[in-house]
Design a protein around this ligand. Structure first.
Ligand SMILES: Cc1ncc(COP(=O)(O)O)c(C=O)c1O
Length: 471
């Protein structure tokens, strides 16, 4: 669905008064969950006594309690009470072949027989895996592994600054790039400033500039202003889908304009492909949008979730600016990490890409996403709701109360945004209670094993949810 249509439909949603799933229905859902999940509920209590906050996972649905998962296979996961769930969170996008995919596990176990992660020195899987990445992502001339998307973001910024000898980084409002201090500003929610930045000294993000998404003039104004100053701009860092896996949508030619402006002002363009890498196709967002960045960073699907999953790659002249480089010259950015590029990480990258290629994983996951979107839109239409669904390849969005479509910079919107967010949370819980795991009630990822029959189950569950939401 194009940007303009998405905005128009979001406007209809935000102009429609909302009613949430009523408290009585939620109370019944929570009671039913407690009844069918006694062990899982008890585990949740134990988690609260051992793990700070009761969970390590931002996107785990927390109402009425966080599930503890005992087993996973294909599209399914089972809780401690053996209740089955169909998973549309897919490890927040890291899973494309399906859970516990045996051909991948078998290959990694073969590597593990000869090599443990503790060899520290080079291993042949680093070469094999980067050769495989280069085949699909030609902008990668050199690469370095890191241990998470967050770490890869940090490294990319440091390498860019070392190369350009400039300090400022420009990012877009609402985009999430992990949790390193300098990027914890205006993340998740556009114009939220330092809302989520407790514990970060204010000086840490003084070199992070934020521009509104899709606003080419604002980006050019910022580039013009700061490239004239001594500190200068090292790079523009973008999530090619805008933010929230495309929930904050981009205009058609926005990325092209960003590329042109980076060239005009002699600033590096960094693509954060932690979500899009290998998911929008083997060549990721840069193949999908046909735009070549200077640096790219990966995470999640890079290793199919096998730890640790992060990497930065790109132009040779830029990537050579590392203290560990055996090549002479460069501006020497320090990067460290004991387990980077270990044999299991590198082999899981190689085998993930090889198996995705062999199984035509994208095509299958995309077909499943398109079927789900078609069925959801039919359901919403038949029920007379303004809600709508759309997909970008295997990323599915279903908009119901759409809190992010309202402008948080308007103080009058805060209360209604909170209410709309609560509405979406309730949908997430109501779906979970019927065995459907989503990315917090309004997003999902498909893998190559999702079937049309499973989509029908999703639709049945959503139909029950609609029956609870008053018109
Ligand atoms: C676009 C983007 N960048 C960076 C990250 C951080 O990756 P990690 O969770 O591996 O640190 C995420 C995580 O969701 C992400 O979506």
């Amino acid at each position: 669905m194009e940007y303009e249509e998405i905005q128009e439909r979001l406007k209809i949603i935000t102009n429609t008064p909302i009613k949430l799933i009523p408290d009585d229905d939620m109370a019944k859902i929570r009671k039913d969950m407690a009844k069918k999940c006694p062990i899982t509920k008890e585990m949740d209590k134990q988690f609260r006594t051992h793990i700070a906050g009761g969970t390590e996972h931002q996107l785990a649905i927390k109402d009425p309690f966080v599930l503890t998962i005992k087993r996973s296979s294909g599209t399914r996961m089972w809780d401690m009470d053996d209740n089955e769930y169909i998973d549309w969170l897919m490890s927040s996008g890291a899973c494309m072949l399906g859970h516990n995919f045996l051909p991948l596990k078998d290959e990694i176990i073969k590597v593990y027989h000869d090599l443990d992660p503790n060899i520290y020195y080079n291993n042949e899987w680093e070469i094999k895996s980067v050769e495989m990445i280069k085949k699909y992502v030609p902008s990668i001339e050199l690469m370095q592994y890191f241990q998470s998307g967050t770490e890869a973001d940090m490294a990319a910024l440091r390498i860019a600054r070392a190369f350009t000898k400039k300090e400022k980084i420009i990012k877009c409002a609402g985009s999430y790039h992990g949790w390193c201090g300098q990027l914890c500003v205006d993340m998740h929610v556009p114009f939220s400033g330092a809302m989520e930045a407790h514990g970060i000294p204010s000086g840490v993000y003084k070199n992070t500039l934020v521009v509104p998404l899709n606003d080419v003039k604002a980006l050019e104004d910022s580039l013009k202003k700061w490239t004239e100053k001594r500190s200068g701009v090292a790079a523009v860092l973008v999530d090619p889908l805008g933010g929230d896996a495309g929930g904050l949508a981009t205009k058609k030619d926005w990325l092209r304009s960003v590329r042109e402006l980076c060239d005009k002002y002699n600033v590096l363009l960094i693509f954060d492909e932690v979500i899009t890498g290998f998911r929008l196709g083997m060549g990721g967002a840069q193949e999908y949008f046909k735009i070549k960045p200077d640096l790219t960073l990966f995470g999640k699907l890079l290793t199919h979730g096998f730890p640790s999953s992060g990497a930065v790659g790109g132009r040779k002249d830029v990537m050579n600016n590392l203290t560990i480089s055996v090549e002479p010259g460069g501006n020497k950015a320090f990067v460290g990490g004991t387990l980077r590029g270990n044999p299991l990480t590198a082999a899981s990258t190689y085998w993930t890409l090889k198996l995705m290629e062999e199984h035509k994983a994208h095509e299958k996951a995309k077909n499943a996403a398109e079927d789900l979107v078609k069925k959801l839109n039919l359901l919403f239409e038949n029920d007379g709701r303004p809600y709508f669904a759309h997909n970008i390849e295997s990323i599915v969005h279903f908009e119901t109360f759409s809190p992010l479509a309202l402008d948080l910079s308007d103080i009058n919107n805060v209360e209604i945004i909170m209410k709309r967010a609560e509405g979406v949370d309730r949908i997430a819980t109501a779906l979970l209670s019927q065995g459907i795991i989503t990315k917090y009630g309004n997003r999902g990822f498909t893998c190559m094993q999702h079937t049309n029959e499973e989509n029908d189950k999703f639709i049945d569950a959503f139909e029950n949810v609609l029956q609870m939401i008053p018109k």
